[in-house]
Design a protein around this ligand. Structure first.
Ligand code: HEC
Length: 140
C-alpha cells in the first residue's frame, strides 16, 4: 500500500518535471508575453504613452502644469483636495498668502494627499508656483 503511494508520488514528480521542461521556442514566447510587465516607464518618458510630464528647458504655463499634474485631484476634490473654482474652499487658504501656498505646492502638506509638487518631480519650483497661481486665480 505504502509502496503504491510512493510510486504514484514519484510519477507525479516526474510528470511535474516534464511539464516545466520548455523548449527554446516556448521560452521565447513566454518571455515575449511577460515583457511589458518588466518595462519601467520613467516620468518624462513620453514613449510609454499617456500624459507624460516632460521635463523641458522651457517652463510650462501654470495651466499646462495644472492640466498635467494637479487636475486629477483638484478638479474632483479627491482626498479632500480643494477644487479649483470652489471659492469657499479656497478662501482660508488664499488668506494665508501667496508664499504659503507656493510652499505648500512645492513641499506638499504633511499628512495629506497633497504630496510634494503634487507628485510631479519633473516640474520645476517655478512651474509649480505658476500652477498654484493658476489655481488661485480660478478660485476667488
Ligand atoms: C494626489 C492628489 C493631489 C494632487 C495630484 C495635487 N494635489 Fe494639491 N492638494 C491635495 C489635497 C488633498 C490638498 C488639501 C491638503 C490639506 O488638507 O490642506 C491639496 C492642497 C493644495 C494646496 C493648498 C495648500 C494649503 O496650504 O492650503 C495647493 C496650493 C495645492 N494643493 C497645489 C497643488 C498643485 C500646484 C498641484 C500640481 C502640481 C497639486 N496640488 C496636485 C491633493 C493633491
Amino acid at each position: 500500500m505504502t509502496r503504491i503511494a510512493i510510486s504514484l508520488f514519484a510519477a507525479m514528480l516526474a510528470g511535474g518535471a516534464f511539464a516545466v521542461d520548455l523548449n527554446d521556442r516556448q521560452r521565447a514566447e513566454i518571455q515575449e508575453r511577460i515583457a511589458p510587465v518588466g518595462e519601467v516607464c520613467m516620468q518624462g518618458d513620453s514613449s510609454c504613452g499617456g500624459a507624460a510630464v516632460a521635463a523641458s528647458s522651457e517652463p510650462r504655463s501654470g495651466e499646462e502644469v495644472y492640466n498635467a499634474a494637479c487636475m486629477a485631484c483638484h478638479s474632483t476634490g479627491a482626498g479632500g483636495a480643494p477644487k479649483v473654482g470652489d471659492v469657499a474652499a479656497w478662501a482660508d487658504r488664499i488668506a494665508k498668502g501667496q508664499d504659503a501656498l507656493h510652499s505648500s505646492g512645492i513641499q506638499g502638506v504633511a499628512g495629506t494627499g497633497m504630496i510634494a509638487k503634487g507628485g510631479c518631480m519633473a516640474c520645476s519650483d517655478q512651474e509649480i508656483m505658476a500652477a498654484v497661481d493658476f489655481m488661485v486665480d480660478g478660485s476667488q
